[in-house]
Design a protein around this ligand. Structure first.
Ligand SMILES: Nc1ncnc2c1ncn2[C@@H]1O[C@H](COP(=O)(O)OP(=O)(O)OP(=O)(O)O)[C@@H](O)[C@H]1O
Length: 405
């Protein structure tokens, strides 16, 4: 008989209830007796299908909340899918959380006996294998101390030694190895290979991508409950890493677009508009490289401030400030009270293709009064200037003028 797992169109939906205090379980919401409970569904697994054949060591990766643990608990028979089927041949042993494997008040040795008896072994059979398990754990004299006195690494070693000693047809491990030391991880990896070499199946969930590459020969990538890649560990972990990096970049861009926070003093004045003008038109988000560009700043001064000034700054998405100047240094004097309307023109345009932000700040000698930021992208229509975007010229302001308002 050969071990295999076949999963077809597997989905798992959790019903969550929400009221003022945020999400709670449906039972919790019913118990709390609160009205206006809105039911929401979490699709932890969404139409997942794959097959694992004998001898495969399969790693499962994905960001937090991707559905990995849900998949493992269905594979381990701890929870049922909402829809879809799972067929498995062979007895399954799962180490999902160390806490559920080990009894804290019993010693390590007692845990070996309890676990063996639980898995249907006779006392004599356990007597035969106990020393081998103890040797594998490297716990030394700790084996006769209560598990509650162990470090998390020691618990991980014992849990793994127990799980793998049972010699199951299908061994499922959730993150357990990540708390062991490098030497133990190496030994555990060899043990997993032995299990797989006997024609069995090993499934490992881990956030440690290097352990997946080292220990597995196949990798599944879950994202928001869906299986999005199935292939060699090196290939899948590379693609996963690239996607995580992109998501981080997107988060960075979102923060970048919001600008730096400043303490505002609205009683003294405010900035009302920061626009970009190119080819005599106000543009929204995209400017062309190598074309003159004008910034348009409108605002209002309502209090008596001394040394009133406007400060403009251009920042590239990587955080580098490319230009930073006060308009007073170009002879521009803001009115002491009333509206202002300023145009600042650059020629030639100084920026290469990239994402930028312009920050305009109204300030006086005591500090900022108001700030307005605007992100914009510069594109090179002709694509002649690829590579790392550069600051092409020292910025030159062509005109810096105050309009009559
Ligand atoms: N019992 C539950 N009730 C409600 N929602 C749940 C339950 N268990 C999991 N979920 C939700 O299902 C989704 C998948 O969770 P799961 O724990 O499987 O992800 P994971 O990939 O193991 O994440 P992590 O890497 O953080 O352990 C998440 O959105 C999670 O909030």
């Amino acid at each position: 008989m050969s071990a295999f797992i076949r999963i077809s169109h597997l989905s798992k939906v959790f019903a969550l209830a929400e009221h003022g205090g945020g999400p709670v379980s449906l039972m919790g919401a019913l118990r709390s007796g609160k009205r206006e409970v809105v039911q929401r569904e979490v699709r932890a697994l969404d139409d997942v299908s794959f097959e694992i054949r004998e001898g495969e060591r399969v790693g499962i990766i994905g960001r937090n909340g991707a559905g990995k643990t849900t998949l493992l608990s269905i594979l381990a028979g701890i929870s049922d899918p909402t829809s879809g089927t799972i067929e498995a041949e062979g007895d399954i042993h799962a180490i999902l959380t160390i806490g559920t494997v080990l009894r804290e008040d019993a010693t390590g040795r007692e845990n070996i006996y309890i676990d063996g008896l639980f898995h249907g072994k006779s006392r004599a059979e356990i007597d035969d294998s106990v020393q081998e398990i103890i040797d594998f754990t490297e716990l030394g004299e700790f084996i006769d101390r209560p598990v509650r006195t162990y470090s998390s690494g020691m618990k991980a070693k014992l849990a793994f030694a127990l799980g793998s000693a049972i010699k199951p047809d299908i061994l499922i491990i959730d993150e357990t190895l990540s708390v062991g030391d490098a030497f133990f991880a190496d030994k555990a990896s060899r043990r997993m290979r032995e299990i797989a070499d006997r024609g069995r199946i090993v499934i490992l969930v881990s956030h440690g991508l290097s352990s997946i590459v080292e220990m597995c020969d196949r990798c599944l990538w879950l994202d928001q409950g869906r299986l999005i890649m199935d292939g060699s560990p090196a290939e899948v972990t590379r693609a996963y890493q690239a996607s995580v990096q992109q998501a981080d970049e997107a988060e960075f861009k979102r923060k970048f677009e919001a600008g730096d926070p400043v303490v505002r003093r609205p009683d003294l004045g405010r900035l009302e508009h920061l626009g970009l003008i190119q080819r005599a038109e106000e543009i929204k988000a995209t400017a062309l490289a190598f074309e003159p560009l004008t910034f348009h700043l409108k605002g209002l001064v309502t209090g008596m401030s001394r040394s009133l000034d406007a400060h403009l700054r251009i920042v590239r998405v990587d955080g580098r400030t490319l230009w930073d100047d006060r308009l007073s240094s170009h002879g521009l004097v803001l009115p002491a009270c009333g509206s202002f309307d300023i145009e600042v023109a650059f020629d030639p345009f100084i920026l290469g293709a990239n994402l930028f932000r312009i920050d305009a700040q109204l300030l006086d000698e005591a500090g900022p009064i108001d700030q307005i930021s605007r992100a914009f992208e510069v594109i090179d229509e002709h694509g002649q200037h690829g590579g790392t975007p550069l600051l092409f010229y020292p910025p030159l302001i062509k005109t810096c003028s105050l309009k009559d308002v």
